[in-house]
Design a protein around this ligand. Sequence first.
Ligand code: SAM
Length: 282
Amino acid sequence: MNLTNISEIKPLMERHGFSFSKSLGQNFLINAAIPVKIAESCGVGPEDTVLEIGPGIGCLTKELVQRAKRVISVEIDKKLIPVLEETVGEFGNVTVINEDILNVDIAALCEKLGCKELYVCANLPYYITTPIIMKLLECDAPIKSITVMVQKELAQRFCSKPNTAEYGSVTASINYRAEVKNLFTVSPGSFMPAPKVSSSVIRLDIVPPPVAVKDESVFFRVIRAAFAMRRKTLSNNLANEFKISKAEATEIIKNCGYSETVRGEALSIFDYAKLADGICGD
Ligand code: SAM
């Protein structure tokens, strides 16, 4: 079955009583070239394991199972499970998990599977792009790369530099963990139903952190806090997050060599590393 052909997938969905849920970000690909291009871009080979987030009716899954050793597809919508059984069940190397990806312990899953290197590949549900990316960046799973379709605007933000309007906490976290590439753009007409926005496929290649920190969780908290309220100064945001006085936060910022009026968007990951270590103390 061609899983991007409307005249084939409409009867499939009807047979299973499936209707699109806007709140679950269900925009399925109907341009046959795109799942192929995404699967190719993720670089997965016959010895590799891939985690797919949100398989939908399985058009990308089908491309991944033909390239990878094993595909684990996590789909929140239970109505899609019998559909996937029909569309990709015949492949022996795919496991569909009916779960919210945000509740999946990816590190434990890899351990259970004996997986030493994990590729992530997905056409993401846009309403939770950022939490998913942050989860993938912060989890302890042996992730090698993350190839995902996201809103075009977010892709631009993820590739932005400090001191620009697009730069934010996710960009800073991405810069710590990965090298990011903006691969290609996909127009709304490639989806059913068509979203209002254009999309881009990006790839994050996980690399060793370019800077050492005393405590990674503190480092990520500092980044998140710095952008929590963009109108507030960094010292206010740090004081809030770490339950310290504004004077203490200002002292830490000054000890790191920054002005007390500095704002989060002006700082690189090297600056955040200094601040996080300053908060950890000796
Ligand atoms: N991969 C399919 C494609 O490219 O046509 C579908 C992509 S669609 C943009 C996003 C998919 O993610 C939907 O199937 C949706 O049900 C699923 N989804 C939404 N929220 C999810 C979550 N929290 N965990 C896992 N899957 C989720």
